[in-house]
Write a protein that binds this ligand. Structure first.
Ligand code: AHG
Length: 335
């Protein structure tokens, strides 16, 4: 028996995919590789975060008298920079920037895609060494090529995403992305500095054991949501229970665990914040796309999240996502 085991890197995988689709231009593959490159740079800094003075507030001065950039600003600069210098992206909408960033050089004006992203989600968890992540969403532009992209290109319903993914900076660093062909996960092998295919064709279980929600604000949720949470707590063995509550407070980590193991994640609206906390374009749409491609479901409690027509860049929305069977139980409670 041969000991040789072929490990496919992210670059090899995207090129392999291209070979299977001879009509593809390679632009999307290039864009995903660009994101993978920026992720590796961010990973280095995230890993060093406990060692170096990178955690101060943006604009403050560190002991060397240098400007300290918060890690989320660093991540934003890396992702926007790599996309700006690539040839596939015409503009970026980032959680870190008030407005869209339009790349208006000749090459970028002719690029097909725009990217929406949260460069470092869960960043309030960094200084306690909790897993954090990057989330991204890719759309084909709707305005004609040859001119700068506009807000119209970014405010598309999530069902028009052509790819979406996340990077989790955890006990290992992984990049997971979905296209219409499915969901694949790549683990960063630090010895070679490459993302390697470790989780091919991810499918989320139809039922899981985990429900993930912030219990601290339980009494601010609508009654129907509270009823569902109570139902999770009362799940008997005969009915597939008991369920276990798991909530990290870092969306990428919570949803990554539930994607792999099966579960449901909820960030409902509250009396005070009817639209909840999470952003439709940077967080919910990409995870909605990934979950659906993995066989799960995602909604805002009333409709499929991918159907929602965005009206503004930084729009917030209630969000529920996870295993198909659990989402259907939730839907029956919310009806
Ligand atoms: P932040 O980037 O400010 O740390 O926010 C993290 C987000 C998301 O990742 C997580 O699911 C949610 O906020 C947690 O919010 P609560 O603390 O309100 O539960």
């Amino acid at each position: 028996m041969s000991n040789y085991r072929k490990v496919m890197t992210l670059d090899e995988f995207t090129i392999q995919e291209l070979r299977n689709f001879p009509t593809a231009t390679g632009a999307l593959s290039g864009l995903l590789r660009d994101i993978g490159l920026a992720a590796k740079r961010v990973n280095v800094e995230v890993n060093k975060a406990g060692l170096v003075d990178i955690l101060g507030d943006y604009g403050s001065i560190n002991v060397q008298g240098e400007d300290v950039k918060k890690l989320d600003i660093f991540a934003n600069n890396q992702f926007v920079g790599v996309l700006r210098h690539g040839i596939s992206c015409a503009g970026v909408g980032s959680e870190e920037n008030d407005d869209i960033i339009v790349f208006d050089d000749e090459l970028s004006k002719n690029a097909s895609y725009v990217v929406l992203m949260d460069p470092l989600d869960g960043s309030s968890n960094i200084d306690v060494n909790v897993s954090i992540g990057t989330i991204f969403s890719v759309f084909r532009r709707v305005t004609p090529k040859g001119q700068p992209v506009t807000m119209e290109d970014f405010l598309q319903p999530g069902k028009f995403q052509v790819a979406a993914g996340y990077i989790i900076y955890g006990s290992s660093t992984m990049m997971v992305y979905a296209t219409k062909r499915g969901v694949n996960g790549f683990t960063l092998d630090p010895s070679i500095g490459e993302f390697c295919l470790s989780h091919p064709d991810i499918k989320t279980p139809e039922f899981g054991k985990f429900y993930s929600v912030n219990h601290g604000i339980f009494f601010q949720y609508a009654e129907k949501v509270r009823n569902y949470i109570n139902r999770c707590q009362q799940k008997t063995k005969e009915a597939g229970g008991p369920y276990t509550q798991r909530y990290i407070g870092s969306m990428v980590a919570d949803l990554h665990r539930n994607l792999i193991k099966g579960g449901i994640f909820m960030y409902p609206g509250t009396g005070e914040k009817p639209n909840g906390k999470l952003r439709l374009l940077y967080e919910c749409n990409p995870f909605g796309f990934i979950l659906e491609k993995a066989g799960g479901k995602a909604s805002n409690g009333e409709e499929r999240i991918l159907e929602v027509k965005p009206t503004e860049l930084h729009q917030r929305t209630p969000f529920f996502a996870g295993s198909k069977g659990m989402m259907e139980e939730l839907e029956s409670c919310l009806e």
